[in-house]
Design a protein around this ligand. Structure first.
Ligand SMILES: NC(=O)c1ccc[n+]([C@@H]2O[C@H](COP(=O)([O-])OP(=O)(O)OC[C@H]3O[C@@H](n4cnc5c(N)ncnc54)[C@H](OP(=O)(O)O)[C@@H]3O)[C@@H](O)[C@H]2O)c1
Length: 325
């Protein structure tokens, strides 16, 4: 598929990565460190942060790049704000990557209510609180600093999922939280524009990532109901089968960093399926690039692909619970 990637210039930039100690977050940190960025990683578990710091430092372009780690739960408002604003250097970019659904896959009636709260904290609040703290810091910094020759470029990148673009039974605790995150990103994109001017330009982007292999994804595979896997096409798949179809996080991270440089709101990746799902669900979000590819894909999807796909999903769901009794 054609891509709308731009060119990232991360040399000397400071990037805060929420959820950068493992999986995709750590791979993103490694890619950006290799391109000259200073990285600060936020996550909860100290031992994983220490391990990540070594790995990210080993990927640096230059030993003068700072790789720092901060331990804390970013899904808690007070600690997120304190931990962000106590950093010695203001970031240029914030990546909100924390999230996932490692322990809370399952059907609505089978999940305890606390599963929904956990998912909301790890997928929504862990992004909202850092985004608010960083944007506040940036605007305060603009208010007290002089006007540079070229406006500073400041951006927030939210890690979303194609699970927001298609209803999948078994992901019900997760999809609502990512849908909320998408709505946050959509609205914040416009609110952040309010502060753009001669001092800084503010951009908000949302990555609709499709499945990629991380230890958490493999844990989720074990928890997912059979129906979810049948709809996704991963039923009965061994790791070797999955690896034929699904990229590893390291590959996806390289593509994301490249595609984020496009400045498009939606970062959808190179595979055809996510692009079709995006085209079907763009709604009021801005189209990518000139909008030509998204518009053509939307016609294809709305008239042909989704009606067939929807019937297939409904057929798989109908009576599924009764068949198991
Ligand atoms: N894997 C996929 O197939 C897939 C597909 C689409 C989208 N995504 C999205 O991509 C993102 C990364 O997925 P992944 O598979 O790479 O996940 P992962 O390996 O489980 O990594 C999650 C990271 O977030 C941190 N984290 C979680 N909750 C946090 C909190 N409350 N405060 C601070 N840090 C927190 C974790 O460290 P601690 O646990 O130590 O805090 C870890 O560093 C998620 O947002 C997920 O929804 C994944």
């Amino acid at each position: 598929m054609p891509t709308m990637a731009g060119k990232a210039d991360l040399q000397g930039k400071t990037v805060f990565v929420i959820g950068g100690s493992g999986g995709l977050g750590q791979e993103l940190c490694k890619v950006m460190a290799a391109q000259g960025a200073h990285i600060t990683v936020f996550a909860r578990k100290r031992h994983l942060l220490d391990e990540a710091q070594k790995n990210i430092a080993a990927s640096r372009r230059d030993s003068s790049q700072r790789i720092s780690t901060v331990a804390g739960d970013m899904g808690v408002a007070t600690s997120a704000r304190t931990l962000i604003t106590s950093q010695p250097v203001i970031p240029d970019i914030l990546y909100c990557v924390a999230g996932g659904v490692p322990d809370d896959c399952g059907y609505f009636l089978d999940l305890e209510p606390q599963a929904f709260e956990r998912c909301m904290a790890s997928n929504y609040y862990s992004c909202l609180y850092p985004a608010q703290a960083v944007l506040k810091w940036w605007t305060e910094d603009d208010a007290k600093s002089g006007t540079p020759l070229i406006p500073r470029r400041r951006k927030i990148v939210f890690m979303n999922s194609t699970a927001t673009l298609v209803p999948l039974p078994g992901y019900i605790a997760y999809t609502g939280t990512k849908a909320a995150q998408r709505a946050l990103a959509d609205t914040l994109r416009l609110e952040a524009m309010r502060y753009s001017g001669p001092k800084s330009t503010y951009t908000v982007q949302c990555v609709f990532a499709h499945n990629f292999i991380t230890p958490t994804f493999l844990r989720e595979q074990k928890m997912k109901p059979e129906l979810t896997k049948r709809i996704e096409g991963t039923s009965g798949a061994t790791l070797a089968d999955l690896e034929k179809e699904i990229p590893h996080a390291s590959q996806v991270a390289r593509e994301i960093v490249e595609d984020v440089a496009s400045e498009d709101f939606a970062v959808v990746g190179r595979q055809l399926i996510p692009q079709l799902l995006w085209a079907n669900m763009m709604g009021t979000s801005p189209k990518r690039g000139w909008g030509i590819i998204d518009s053509l894909l939307a016609i294809l999807t709305i008239f042909f692909v989704w009606p067939i796909n929807q019937r297939d999903i409904q057929k798989k769901c109908f009576g599924d619970a009764l068949n198991k009794q």
